[in-house]
Design a protein around this ligand. Structure first.
Ligand code: BEZ
Ligand code: FE
Length: 272
């Protein structure tokens, strides 16, 4: 029997081993994962040492995870899988604002603020920027009572949850739209910043000659009864990393000019 025949017999045995399951979706996902994993080993002619190195890498990734640090999500982000899941799960209409990755720095229950408020703690030493826009449904009407959560790095390139010397919350807030569907907030122009590299993901980036920079952005999570929650960012058109974002999160539709005192980012939500 040649190698190709042996590979086929083996993968079919594994695929057939799920035959008795009552969970059709689980079996569909597992069979696909097994097929691709076997094809990967076959295609690369993976050595035993390489397979063990991969297992060690995944073990180290698991060991790096604590409540405040999810290294597996960072791995998924830096391999483009998180972004792919967003694209695959995009809404049914092409009217909704494009989604992008949530990232690890979202915190539920951000402090509610009045429209027009400054979202940081220290209004000095910033590059002032007003972000404003209108929230609409895909059918075109403006949406009252939409909850807009925003978060971004401080001018020092750190999120409040990362900055042991800083205050919490900082550069994070929640707004609720009025009858006109509009929002407006004051912030500091976001800066490019580096994702955490003190774990296995950093080792992977280093070993492959990749950088760890994210294109400058402000995160938005927009929710409203009757509409699909949108998780996205607005990116600064002047960022140096728009075409090499470390987590592949940039979409052309999300890039705006932040060079002036104010930038507009209109948001459209798909109905549930
Ligand atoms: C972020 O934008 O906050 C982020 C996203 C993915 C990985 C690391 C950070
Ligand atoms: Fe971010």
């Amino acid at each position: 029997m040649n190698d190709q025949e042996s590979y086929k017999i083996l993968v079919d045995q594994v695929l057939d081993s799920f035959d008795e399951s009552q969970n059709a979706r689980l079996v569909e996902v597992l069979r696909s994962a097994v097929k691709h994993l076997h094809a990967f080993v076959e295609e690369t002619g993976l050595t035993r040492d390489e397979w063990m190195a991969g297992i060690q890498f995944l073990t180290d990734t698991g060991k790096k995870c604590v409540d405040s640090r999810q290294e597996f999500i960072l791995l998924s982000d830096t391999l483009g899988v998180s972004m792919l899941v967003e694209i695959v799960n995009q809404g049914a209409t092409d009217k909704a604002t494009d989604a992008t990755v949530l990232g690890p720095f979202y915190v539920a229950d951000s402090p509610p603020m009045e429209m027009g408020a400054f979202i940081g703690r220290d209004e000095d030493a910033v590059t002032p920027l007003t972000l404003e826009g209108t929230v609409r449904g895909a059918e075109g009407g403006v949406l009252e009572d939409a909850v807009i959560e925003v978060w971004q790095v401080a001018p020092n390139g750190l999120y409040d949850v990362q900055d042991v010397k800083g205050v919490f919350p900082n550069y994070r807030a929640m707004f609720r739209t009025g009858a006109d569907g509009r929002f407006s907030l004051r912030t500091s122009r976001p800066v490019d910043y580096q994702i955490p590299v003190d774990g296995p993901v950093g080792t992977m980036l280093n070993a492959t000659g990749r950088h760890s920079w994210r294109a400058a952005h402000t995160h938005f999570r927009v929710s409203r009864d009757g509409y699909k929650t949108l998780v996205t960012h607005v990116f600064d058109a002047a960022s140096h990393h728009l075409t090499s974002d470390a987590v592949f999160g940039v979409r052309d539709s999300l890039i705006v000019d932040m060079g002036g005192p104010a930038a507009t980012f209109d948001i459209t939500l798909d109905a549930v």
